[in-house]
Write a new protein. Structure first.
Length: 95
């Protein structure tokens, strides 16, 4: 079965592409030749990456509604020697 994917941004050197893989925030590592999902509890998307690849930003959603509000959680991942780790999370509500 083919998994859904979408690319939204790329580093200056073209080695990291960020986006969505199988409804999860993810990045494509050209050196490894594969999509790698980022830490996220829910479906979402990696939307941008810094030119040097140090940070990836994106969001996840709760797939649920609270009253009339839709909940999205902005996320930020920081590159470490063994991959990316989630380093920032906050909750924003819109109605």
């Amino acid at each position: 079965m083919i998994k859904s994917l979408e690319a939204t941004d790329v580093t200056n050197d073209g080695k990291i592409i960020v986006g969505t893989y199988d409804s999860k925030p993810a990045y494509y590592d050209m050196n490894q030749g594969k999509w790698i999902t980022l830490q996220s509890e829910n479906p979402g998307k990696a939307t941008s990456v810094t030119p040097d690849g140090k940070y990836i930003s994106g969001w996840s959603n709760s797939d649920s509604f609270s009253g009339d509000a839709y909940v999205e959680t902005p996320l930020l991942w920081e590159k470490q020697s063994d991959g990316y780790i989630s380093c920032c999370r906050c909750v924003c509500r819109t109605s």
